[in-house]
Design a binder for this molecule. Structure first.
Ligand SMILES: Cc1cc2nc3c(=O)[nH]c(=O)nc-3n(C[C@H](O)[C@H](O)[C@H](O)COP(=O)(O)OP(=O)(O)OC[C@H]3O[C@@H](n4cnc5c(N)ncnc54)[C@H](O)[C@@H]3O)c2cc1C
Length: 365
């Protein structure tokens, strides 16, 4: 992935061949149990994969992470019939997945989504739900084949009225709107989804009618660890590139690496990478132990994405003018890191999640 990352970023070109190759290598099945056709990696093992991918090309890492994110709920909430129908091509990497929650007026406050899933039938055959509404910022769209879509079955019930639906590209009434024109991860596509009375069979509803919001939150908690690991990869790559540059570049009679002020910067970058990696692996180990991951995954994603942003920004500084040029590639790390402070819950929202957990623990009794 690495040799073509800059060209794909520049031309905003999604390369389906990379995803297909990930499937051939078994990466699309990695973090899922063998009993359901997965490769049976521990989640800790999965973070090692994501760190390497993030270091090479964050855009492709995000494509894989979102693909995996869209599958978690099928493993946890899907019926045997749904698993058998939905998962095999996703695990093999022959079908690409996407996760569709965000809407124009509802991002952080996702309980306020307005997309509607209106039950039709049984008199109005065929039995199912008619989806109407718009989703924005959906990563992997329009390239993805399969979409996990959240829509309200009963708006009066708020978050408890949201359902989760398995939707396939090509279903009547499902089209794509504008492509997002992004600052970073430009070779990972993102687009609007438009539902205009799209009929989704009842058999494609995941979980009970009002369980969608819970399904979304639990999937996102898992996905955040994966994004955190990819961010550790960005930060590591920035540190490695800056280290190489300081050793090569000469000024004031010697290599820049002789300058104590710059050595201090490198040391702080190394400290931050190590700390972010430790928190990320601890979150993965928490999941592997079967313990609740809400707080650990928020701490990991918040810390690792801030670290990626800070370390990549420092790397640009250490490269001087070359760092600001699109030729060297370090500015791409900085642009790619910025998005990770926003998606899968902004880092403000992670502060809220962590504070809630801290207060809950401190509550008497
Ligand atoms: C690159 C990228 C890829 C994405 N991919 C997907 C995808 O695949 N699927 C999907 O469903 N969505 C996706 N998103 C959408 C993303 O999840 C939302 O952008 C994000 O949740 C923030 O929502 P918002 O943009 O509506 O911002 P808002 O919620 O409007 O927030 C605006 C600002 O206010 C802050 N804020 C909001 N509420 C609070 C509060 N209570 N306290 C403190 N601060 C607050 C936020 O942190 C932010 O800084 C993607 C976004 C990006 C940038």
């Amino acid at each position: 992935m690495a040799p073509t990352a800059a060209e794909r970023d520049e031309s905003e070109r999604f390369d389906r061949g990379i995803f297909t190759r990930m499937g051939e290598l078994g990466l699309t099945a990695a973090p899922f149990p063998e009993s359901d056709g997965g490769a049976g990696f521990s989640y800790l093992g999965w973070t090692l994969v994501m760190e390497e991918l993030g270091a090479a090309d964050m855009a492709s890492a995000v494509t894989l992470s979102v693909h995996v994110l869209s599958q978690f709920p099928v493993f946890s909430w899907g019926s045997a019939e749904q698993k058998g129908r939905w998962l095999p091509p996703m695990l093999a990497g022959t079908a690409l997945g996407a996760f569709a929650l965000t809407e124009p007026h509802a991002g952080s406050d996702a309980s306020q989504i307005r997309a509607r899933a209106e039950r039709v039938g049984p008199a109005d055959a065929p039995d199912g739900y008619r989806l109407t509404g718009t989703k924005i910022w959906i990563s992997n769209a329009p390239e993805a084949d399969r979409y996990l879509v959240f829509a309200s079955v009963d708006p009066a019930r708020g978050a408890k009225g949201i359902g989760a639906f398995l939707v396939e590209k090509g279903m009547d009434g499902f089209t794509f709107g504008a492509h997002e024109r992004k600052m970073g991860i430009r070779s990972c596509p993102a687009a609007e989804l438009v539902f205009d009375g799209c009929l989704v069979p009842v058999a494609n509803r995941l979980g009970a009618e009002g369980e969608g919001y819970r399904i979304a939150l639990s999937a996102l908690a898992e996905g955040r660890i994966s994004i955190a690991a990819a961010c550790v990869g960005i930060a590591r790559s920035a540190l490695e590139q800056a280290t190489g540059y300081l050793q090569e570049r000469r000024a004031f009679g010697g290599p820049l690496a002789d300058q104590q002020g710059l050595r201090f910067m490198l040391a702080e970058m190394a400290r931050d990478v190590a700390a972010a990696r430790a928190l990320t692996r601890e979150a993965a180990a928490t999941r592997d132990r079967g313990e609740p991951i809400g707080e650990a995954s928020s701490l990991a994603k918040w810390t690792a994405s801030d670290t990626a942003m800070r370390v990549a920004t420092d790397a640009v500084q250490l490269f001087g003018g070359s760092g600001y040029s699109r030729e060297t590639g370090v500015e791409r790390l900085m642009r790619d890191a910025k998005g990770a402070q926003i998606y899968e819950g902004t880092n403000q929202i992670h502060r809220l999640i962590v504070a809630d957990e801290v207060l809950k623990r401190a509550r008497p009794g």
